[in-house]
Design a protein around this ligand. Sequence first.
Ligand code: NI
Ligand code: MN
Length: 226
Amino acid sequence: MTKLIYYGHAAFRLETGERNILIDPFFTGNPLAPVSHEETEADYILVTHGHGDHVGDTVAIAKRTGAVAVSNAEICRWLGDQGVCTHSMHLGGGHQFPFGYVKMTMALHGSSMPDGSYGGNPGGFLLKLNKGQKIYFAGDTGLFGDMRLIGDEGLDLAVLPIGDNYTMGPEDAIKAFEFLHPGAVIPIHYDTFEGIRQDVGAWKTRVEENSKNHVWVMSPGDSVKI
Ligand code: NI
Ligand code: MN
């Protein structure tokens, strides 16, 4: 059984049964986080880009658990300098990990680190789990047409920002959903702070009006089986 737990904002834990994989583990300072970073486990930590609301507690969790951080080369250098074990990748490249194949995808965004140092290009992750599921974590991004190519993979699930202002808003996220045509979509990166508040219920209704695919609205602490 594969389980995905939502920690609010853009933070998740994916449990494949073989490994625990955290994505963008932002707990400290995340008003939506239902638990603290001490209360999660990880074998791998995927970091989409350098911003503080995505790097989050990567260093503390990796040091406590021995988890390997997976990100672009610049972020991995920054994490490595703080004693974190890393696996560095870059956009368009993939690697077979014990739980599945992970490919870094492009994202239209920025990536400076919390201390202002250079964080390389921002990204997302396409996961092809050993059990067969294909999951796309878009990261923070604006809409881009090459999402169609990612959709060609035949996605079971896409995790998309809808908050607007820093990322795609609801309108563009509907376009992204059309490009990606995943079996299900989880909207993220909204309601965490003032400025990214959205009516997620209205968005769900609009998407499901035009598609037989599903919108899974997750509250922080919720989990879904994939
Ligand atoms: Ni960001
Ligand atoms: Mn963000």
